[in-house]
Each structure stands twice: as structure tokens, then as C-alpha cells.
Design a protein around this ligand. Structure first.
Ligand code: AMP
Length: 539
């Protein structure tokens, strides 16, 4: 066959794999779902927090009041409002109140070092930071930032009716910061239309009803949390809030699943592993009989974990395990794969693109790679974020023109992948120095930059060692410093803690005389991290 024929038939196959066009609501935002359910089923339980239950009507009314307080302050469409609090009913009231005012929410981790918070707040120009109350949020030490506690807003003085403000689908819904390789976090701007499409896809693919109970257990600074915060409002289902700080506590998961009959849950694979270890063996599976959908995402799901899952939940058990994949820059998830009982030892695909989403696996010259051949994964479609806040250059380098669909953009994920014959995508690893630790995204360059800004450090390379038992250990090799290694490690860790979130602080800091270099002058990571392949391709 001549090469043009080859190219043409490949294009046709890929078009077939990318047939995802589907109608979705283009005239509303997620706020409408809450308002509709509050109107039709106001007394239906919406939120469970500890021993408290809040109905749809109370959530909607409280969010309305909050929206009016924001509107009164001149906050509305185009504004960004930060929320800094632990997972709670008040957090939900704030998020929905901000969206109802037409603004976008920016979630902030109260445990994040103040200097990092200050960078994020300066970059975002957030109009206001909402705190829960004086007692539960220690004074964060944010000079010059307009903070206010919800407690002090006097919500009861405001009307509880739905405000008239309506964000458009092209308005921002949220701004989430992720690790940036230059040393500063970068803000991803996500619009309402992308979010509506993502949630409506999920409802079509894995329908839930008012009988379902979701689990909100993901920290809200990571975008997986967004579907946990929103999906249930679409059908009048309920959500259970995991107490903050319990994100790796399988015992607590089981307790809440049993107590509330939770049917939908999400895990990053490494936490799924902890969960399965906890429920393996002498465990009464009846306690988990309510589970219907177990979603995994954030890092690679291994075939071994899938078979372990299905050996615990024997045939006849209704529960489904689904592998979702996606970067924050394309609105939570862009592909899905329903894991099979007889998955075998083959890699678990990240699956097929979701509705109104197209995948391109391309070579360096942006040419299509044949089926079965590895290339870089690009994503196109409605889910693409607007870009990075205040970073036009970075935005243009990651969101590029799509040569296969004139006028469309595509997002360069940095993930390496290939198409299999069934039109599913298989993830291979990263092409850069981004890693995942328990699903948390870290640019190694961010930590290296931070280390190199410490006076004693002349050079630094950071990577992940994987132990025999599969644990990941974030490790830094540094040149410079004095004193004993344990003392040096301690002092550098506390210096880093002023800039970086806890999960990005290397557990081990090792001093070396020099960093080995490759012929091109770059650090030879493979000599330092002999298991480097395994660390970027999560198991
Ligand atoms: P984040 O923006 O934090 O959601 O991180 C996105 C990155 O996480 C992706 O570009 C992948 O490298 C990785 N990732 C997310 N989901 C999966 C998955 N199911 N399998 C493999 N890698 C994943």
C-alpha cells in the first residue's frame, strides 16, 4: 500500500476512536442543578457532616445568603474569591455562594506555608479570602490580604432566594493551582462549560439517582474534588464529607461507607491499595454492600491492583472499578476505562476519550503515531482550560493549535501513551520531570529550585526512589552544606517547609560531591535514581 493510503486509513481509524460528539446543556452552570433540586426536593438530604445532615433547601438558602454578601461587596462575574478552610458544610456553602454570585472559587489549603499562599493570592488577585471562623482557622499571617470569616458575615440578615446573577458558560468556575517547574505554582483557569460537560458525561456513563450517596474525600485543592462537590446535585443524591486529615485512613472510610450507605467513592491507586489491604482477609464485606462505583485516577492503576480488587469483591458483587484519566488543564478527567475482572497482566488502559473530547497521540513533529506506537498525548475539546493565569507564554507552549482541527486548540499533556486496537489509550509514563506521589502532582523542578535558593545548596537533583514494598520516597541529592547529614537534612527540610506543601518536602536529603552529568550537560538522573523509569511510570 502506498504511504498516503496508510496515512489516510490511520486518520479514518483515529476519527472513529474520537467520535465523541454528544449534546450537553449549553445554557446553564452547575448552580442551576442545586437550585432545581432545592426547588423540587428541598427536604432531601444533601450533605452529611459528622452527625449533622443538611437538606438541599438549607444548602441552597445558605449559599444564596453568602452570594448576596459577596454581591454587596461588589464581587461578581469576573471576580475570584478564595476559600481557605477544612472540608465542611460551610466550605460547600462558600463554594456555591461564590458561584451563585457569578464569581470563580479558588481553593486554598489552610496548612499550606504562608509564603506559598501569598504567592498564590498575589497571582490570583483574589477579591477576598473566606475563612470559616476564628477558632478553626488559625490566623494565617497573610499581610495585606482581605480575609473574612463566614461567622462574621451575619448571613441571617440576607435574603435566601436565588440571586438573579447568572454566570455564562464561558465564565470561570474555578482556579486551581498546581506545581510549576519554575518554582512557582501555576493557576489553571477552568470555565463553567467545561465543567458542565464533564459532569453530564459522568452521569450518562455511570448514572446515579437520588438514592446514591457520594463521598467527598479528596482535598479540594485537587480537581478530582470538583466532581465530588458537584455531581450529586444533578440528581438529588447526597454527599458525605470525610473529616479533613483522614484522607489516608481506610478505617474511617469503611465506617462512613457503612454508616451512610456510600455508593460512589474515588481513590488514587496508592490509597486504593491501603484500602484493599485493610479490607482483605477477615473482613465482613457486607459492610461495603452499598458500593456501586469505585473510581480511580491521579496516577497509573496497575493490573495487579485491579485483580486484587476483584478478588476481594467476588462475582455477583455489583461494584464496578473505573480508571479515569485527566490533567487539571482539561477539567478533571478526559478518558475512562471500565476495568475487567479478567484484566490479566496487561497494562490497564486509561481508556476512551469522554464526550466532546478528542485524543491525538503525536510524534515530535506533531505527526500521528500509528496504532500501537508510543507518542505524546494531546487533548482537544470542550474540557480544555482557558489556560494558566498570568502566564501567556506557558499557556501558548502547552495549549497549541490543533493541526487536525483548524481553529481548535489542543493541550500537550506531557504523558506518553499509545492507542490499542480497540481504540483505547494506554498510558506509558511522563516525558518530563513531573511525578505523582499518592496522586499529588509535583514538578521536581519546583523542589530543586527551592533547594537551590537555600544558601548552603550549590546544586540539587530531586527524584523518587521506590522501595521493594512499592513505597515512594522523595529524595534530594545536593551539593553543598556543612555539618552532619542528619542535621543538614533537618535544617533544609525546615527551610523548604516555608515554601512548599508538606508532601513536596523530600524525605531524604543526601549530600554528594557532585551531580553526575550526561554528555549534554544535564544531570544524569538515571545514575542517581536507578529506578527512575519506575518512578515516573507509577505502578
Ligand atoms: P493532575 O493535573 O494533578 O490531575 O495530574 C494529571 C497527571 O496525572 C496526568 O497528566 C498523568 O500524568 C497523571 N494521571 C492522572 N490520571 C492517571 C491515570 N489514570 N493513569 C496514569 N496517569 C494518570
Amino acid at each position: 500500500m502506498n504511504p498516503w493510503e496508510d496515512e489516510r486509513s490511520l486518520l479514518l481509524r483515529l476519527q472513529e476512536f474520537n467520535q465523541t460528539a454528544c449534546d450537553y446543556s449549553t445554557d446553564l452552570t452547575v448552580v442551576k442543578w442545586l437550585e432545581n433540586t432545592a426547588e423540587t426536593s428541598g427536604t432531601q438530604p444533601a450533605v452529611y457532616e459528622g452527625n449533622e445532615m443538611y437538606t438541599y433547601s438549607s444548602l441552597n438558602c445558605d449559599a444564596n445568603k453568602l452570594a448576596y454578601t459577596l454581591l454587596e461587596r461588589g464581587i461578581g462575574a469576573g471576580s475570584i474569591v478564595a476559600v481557605m478552610m477544612n472540608r465542611s458544610y460551610t466550605m460547600l456553602v462558600c463554594i456555591y455562594g461564590i458561584l451563585k454570585a457569578g464569581a470563580a472559587y479558588l481553593p486554598l489549603d489552610p496548612n499550606c506555608p504562608p509564603s506559598r499562599l501569598m504567592k498564590i493570592l498575589a497571582d490570583s488577585s483574589a477579591a477576598l479570602v473566606l475563612l470559616k471562623d476564628e477558632a478553626s482557622t488559625p490566623a494565617p499571617g497573610l499581610p495585606g490580604v482581605d480575609t473574612i470569616t463566614v461567622e462574621s458575615l451575619g448571613l441571617d440578615l440576607y435574603p435566601d432566594t436565588n440571586p438573579d446573577t447568572r454566570a455564562q458558560q464561558s465564565d470561570l468556575a474555578y482556579l486551581i493551582y498546581t506545581s510549576g517547574s519554575t518554582g512557582d505554582p501555576k493557576g489553571v483557569l477552568v470555565e463553567h462549560g467545561s465543567l458542565v460537560n464533564r459532569i453530564e458525561w459522568m452521569q450518562r456513563a455511570f448514572p446515579i439517582s437520588s438514592n446514591d450517596v457520594l463521598f467527598q474525600k479528596t482535598v479540594y485543592t485537587f480537581d478530582v474534588s470538583v466532581w465530588e462537590l458537584v455531581w450529586w446535585t444533578l440528581t438529588g443524591a447526597s454527599v458525605v464529607l470525610l473529616p479533613s486529615g483522614r484522607e489516608n485512613d481506610p478505617r474511617r472510610f469503611v465506617k462512613l461507607i457503612e454508616q451512610h450507605g456510600i455508593s460512589v467513592i474515588h481513590f488514587v491507586p496508592s490509597v486504593l491499595r491501603l484500602f484493599l489491604e485493610y479490607i482483605e482477609g477477615d473482613f465482613d464485606l457486607e459492610r461495603l454492600s452499598s458500593l456501586r462505583y469505585v473510581f480511580c485516577s491521579g496516577e497509573a492503576l496497575s493490573a495487579e491492583l485491579v485483580s486484587r480488587f476483584y478478588s476481594i469483591f467476588p462475582p455477583g458483587h455489583e461494584v464496578k472499578l473505573i480508571n479515569l484519566y485527566g490533567p487539571t488543564e482539561a477539567t478533571i478527567d478526559v478518558s475512562y476505562y471500565l476495568c475487567k475482572r479478567d484484566q490479566g497482566v496487561q497494562p490497564v488502559p486509561i481508556g476512551k476519550p469522554i464526550d466532546n473530547t478528542r485524543f491525538y497521540i503525536l510524534g515530535e513533529d506533531l505527526s500521528l503515531t500509528p496504532i500501537g506506537e508510543t507518542g505524546q498525548l494531546y487533548v482537544s475539546g470542550i474540557g480544555l482550560a482557558r489556560g494558566y493565569l498570568n502566564s501567556p507564554l506557558l499557556t501558548h507552549s502547552r495549549f497549541v493549535l490543533n493541526p487536525y482541527e483548524p481553529g481548535e486548540r489542543m493541550y500537550r499533556t506531557g504523558d506518553l501513551a499509545y492507542w490499542n486496537e480497540c481504540g483505547e489509550v494506554v498510558y506509558i509514563g511522563r516525558e518530563d520531570d513531573q511525578v505523582k506521589l499518592r496522586g499529588l502532582r509535583i514538578e521536581l523542578g519546583e523542589i530543586e529550585n527551592c533547594l537551590m535558593s537555600c544558601d548552603q545548596v550549590r546544586n540539587a537533583v530531586v527524584g523518587v526512589h521506590v522501595t521493594g514494598s512499592g513505597d515512594q520516597i522523595l529524595t534530594a541529592y545536593i551539593v553543598g552544606g556543612s555539618g552532619s547529614e542528619p542535621e543538614l537534612q533537618k535544617s533544609l527540610q525546615s527551610e523548604l517547609a516555608r515554601e512548599l506543601p508538606e508532601y513536596a518536602i523530600p524525605t531524604r536529603i543526601i549530600r554528594v560531591d557532585e551531580i553526575p552529568l550526561k554528555p549534554n550537560g544535564k544531570a544524569d538522573r538515571s545514575l542517581l535514581f536507578s529506578n527512575q523509569k519506575v518512578t515516573t511510570v507509577q505502578r
